[in-house]
Design a protein around this ligand. Sequence first.
Ligand code: UDX
Length: 437
Amino acid sequence: MSVKITMVGTGYVGLVTGACFAEIGHQVICVDKDEKKINNLNQGIIPIYEPGLDELVLRNIRNGRLKFSTDVKTSSSERDAIFLCVGTPPHPETGAADLQYVYAAAEEVALGLDGFTVVVTKSTVPVGTNRQVFGILSKYGNLKNSLAVASNPEFLREGAAITDFMEPDRVVVGVENDRAAKLMREIYEPIVAASIPFVQTSIESAEVIKYAANGFLAVKLSYINEVSDLCEVVGANVSDVAKGIGLDKRIGSSFLRVGPGWGGSCFPKDSMALHKTAKDFGVTMRLIESAIIANDERKLSMADRVKKYCGGSLQGKRIAILGLTFKGQTDDMRESPSLVIIPQLQREGAIVSAFDPSQPEGIDDLLPGITISSTPEELCVNADALVIMTEWREFRSYDYANFAKSMNCKVAIDLRNLLDEKSMQMAGFDAYHRLGE
Ligand code: UDX
């Protein structure tokens, strides 16, 4: 059954989800205040780097199931479901989720509602926010019996978002109105039909599921990163340890790849918000707090590691960084470990250059004083060390023997354990350092 859906917010979550809803047969309007962005989208110009998204958007514009608008009010009229997908950035000091955009969107949606509509919050919001949204919406009198809210958190990974939408581990919906629950099942039926679990629960439970999931994954990552540090001093191999524990179904093999620390638009924000929510309710959550602290300290320790491998001083050393984004296959710099590690290297006197395949925007502002190379070959000329910061798949196929020839010191420091010792020695590197080995 084709459902009439409006997505409020065409950022990473709203645009991917809206295009995927259209792909599975629904009539979708994606709304954003940013007129330039909407005009571009109407021409099929996609503002984010997400594999497969441009074809998906273009295909559904052509088949008439995906439209774009800047007007929330008119796009909220005669719709079956309206998804709030606006940002919930962390407060810089407290870490609390800033809900001004969610509440503002709810106010605008309320002005356009007519006919029974389910207003779904897909943005990651603290426990209790959906009830606040209901309160805002039902301020407008006649809505009380023609309105329901639902929490429908997303579990999309950047770089794999379309797959994560089309083949999710589960769909989670927090809803307490039967008609709304039926509609949510109809919306996801083309996906859930393929025996994907549809978890229907209370609104608060759905809100907690999102934070608890990301919080757990962040703890798991900080854990394997700390195990990696132990492996280094006891002569163990963290890759073997990760394999050995990951085969236990209770642990699972994913999210056990050691790295310079976790980043992105979600884990840092959501782990802080989870900790803040617990604190606000007088509940102690030590594990998530420790995972955040361990992660922050890890990024700085990576700079110390580079200094150690460069003979104990970075003064005047030319450091070449491969990869700037928070992870491979994305152009997203939000909370990327490079934003902490590179300034620390510069404070120690290093001259830093970098190459990133996605050529992320705004690097001059994000990382003042850094030189951006247009190719990895250019990056390595006269370098005193090559640091692999991000796990871009293409980094595996580079010609490191060619790079080594132009380097001043043939030292490689692999903060993602992406490459391997043997091939780097064959390529002519005098030293190749990994994590946890
Ligand atoms: C994450 C969650 O995975 C997703 O479910 C949620 O909806 C949004 O947040 P994302 O932030 O896109 O997705 O990135 P993800 O692939 O989860 O990686 C997060 C961070 O962990 C990155 O910095 C990545 O480099 C790091 N990571 C991930 C590791 O260091 N090791 C791993 O094994 C996996």
